[in-house]
Design a protein around this ligand. Sequence first.
Ligand SMILES: [Zn+2]
Length: 75
Amino acid sequence: MKLDPADYACPDHHTDLTSQVRDAIDEDDGTPLAYRRGLLPGTKAVPRPFEVIVTCPGLAGRQPHQLACAGTFTR
Ligand SMILES: [Zn+2]
């Protein structure tokens, strides 16, 4: 899966949230499995918009908080 922007981080804590964004997209995605795997003939990978909520673990001693990340993804 290709993401645009390619990396996501919390602006406050500079924690890398990219893997969480990928997981959230996979959970939300209703795309049929065959399409996901590129098994359907004639299907083209087109960028699709997404917006997901991920949890930043925060800094030591601070509470985790949620953050919205948006962009496009291409399978
Ligand atoms: Zn944070």
